[in-house]
Design a protein around this ligand. Structure first.
Ligand SMILES: [Cu+2]
Length: 111
């Protein structure tokens, strides 16, 4: 005798998210690794590093993206490639993908 007892609770899991209150949902993440994930995003969008650390962006998407930190040169990053940038000076550095600047931007906060 075969039983198919699928739990009927799966759909209830989506409700309990989003209680932080603030409209800004981009909490800085302490990491030096950023991925360009599918659907034109930098993930995580806002990161926090120590001065002198090197941040690496890796392109996991099927399209070429770029990383251009404010006032610096544009780095083209093809599918499966990565680029690393060292941040020596504390501050907040915004960056964009210049090919998709409306959708793809992020921030590196250097402590
Ligand atoms: Cu892009």
């Amino acid at each position: 005798m075969r039983k198919f007892l699928l739990p009927a609770v799966a759909a209830a899991a989506l409700v309990a998210v989003g209680c932080a209150g603030s409209g800004e949902s981009s909490e800085p993440v302490a990491t030096t690794e950023v991925e360009m994930v599918k659907s034109y995003r930098f993930d995580p969008k806002v990161i926090e590093v120590e001065a002198g650390e090197t941040v690496t962006w890796t392109n996991e998407d099927n399209f070429t993206h770029t990383v251009q930190v404010d006032g610096q040169e544009d780095h083209k990053v093809g599918k499966g490639e990565s680029v690393s940038i060292t941040f020596d000076t504390p501050g907040t550095y915004r960056y964009v993908c210049t090919l998709h600047s409306k959708d793809m931007d992020g921030e590196v906060i250097v402590k």
